[in-house]
Write a protein of this length. Structure first.
Length: 51
């Protein structure tokens, strides 16, 4: 796989991850749920409506 193909693949993966995260946040907002993130080794829960 050439460097150009690798970059294109990486871009497509990042775009897919971004779309998936947006869909997850929308679904969590609909169900009034929380999302959990890790920051400096601690778990932080955030209401989806705050994102």
């Amino acid at each position: 796989m050439s460097e150009l193909e690798t970059r294109a693949l990486r871009e497509n993966i990042l775009i897919g991850l971004n779309i998936t995260f947006q869909k997850l946040v929308l679904e969590k907002k609909r169900s009034n749920s929380e999302l959990a993130f890790a920051e400096k080794g601690k778990v932080i829960k955030v209401k989806a409506v705050e994102i």
